[in-house]
Ligand binder design. Structure first.
Ligand code: MN
Length: 245
């Protein structure tokens, strides 16, 4: 039995392939799967728990089926779906975890984060992050009609896409000092995150002790995931992990 970690699926009707692959996975998960962790940006956009635009209902139904069949399911909010709330939890059976959170995986304490909070070199983004995660700002936004929220989000995304194009790549990666601080603050030597869409296993040291940062990938071209059981961990596509199509 083991745990599967995924992130950055960015499910939307505009990208049918990752959607179909994820729904197929939820319908027929591997027998050894005990816990699924979704580390943010499951959805490309989530404007509140009343946002029932396609493909949300199909994904919610799929996750609900998975948890009803006995797989524990946990999710972190990403920068695209940070408005996931109690309504999502009730509809899916997935528990939302704070970012960051420490969980125990086959006896190893592991720090989980979406990863955007660790991109501290991007000062402009961190300002937006503080604003958008503020509870009263969120309440004010959620009070608007879904139509108004949708229009505002579209406008914000046009600005954000333009800004991302103008930024050097490295400031949109995690900052090594933010990673060290987070590991130290939680007393752990393993971090799993997504967000940067740069899947890799980085082996470093923290205060003289080996430390590992595992970066999940997105689901645009292939379904990248991390499998972790009593024998260790492996990062790859679902196919590479032995769960062919
Ligand atoms: Mn992200």
């Amino acid at each position: 039995m083991g745990c599967l970690f995924v992130s950055d699926l960015h499910l939307s009707s505009a990208r049918p392939e990752p959607l179909d692959r994820f729904l197929a996975f939820l319908r027929r998960p591997p027998r050894q799967l005990r816990t699924l962790y979704v580390l943010g940006d499951l959805f490309d956009q989530w404007l509140g728990d009343d946002d029932d635009s396609a493909p949300h209902p199909r994904v919610v139904a799929g996750l609900s089926g998975l948890s009803r069949n006995g797989t524990a399911c946990f999710a972190l909010r990403g920068n695209h779906d940070f408005l996931l709330g109690a309504g999502f939890e009730a509809a899916t059976g997935c528990r939302l975890l704070p970012d960051p959170s420490v969980v125990h995986v086959s006896g190893t304490p592991v720090l989980l984060s979406h990863g955007d909070a660790l991109c501290t070199d991007d000062v402009e983004y961190q300002q937006w992050r503080s604003y958008s995660r503020d509870q009263s700002n969120q309440r004010a936004f959620l009070d608007l009609s879904l139509e108004t929220r949708s229009a505002q989000a579209a406008q914000l995304r046009r600005h954000a896409d333009l800004r991302v194009q103008l930024k050097p790549q490295d400031i949109m990666d995690v900052s090594p000092s933010a990673v060290s601080e987070a590991l130290r603050a939680h007393g752990v030597h393993h971090l799993v995150h997504g967000h940067t869409h740069r899947p890799a296993i980085h082996r470093t040291t923290l205060d003289g002790t080996p430390a590992t940062r595992i970066v999940l990938g997105d689901w645009y071209a292939k379904e990248t995931a991390l499998w972790w059981d009593q024998d260790g961990y492996q990062l790859g596509s679902l196919e590479e992990l032995g769960w062919g199509k």
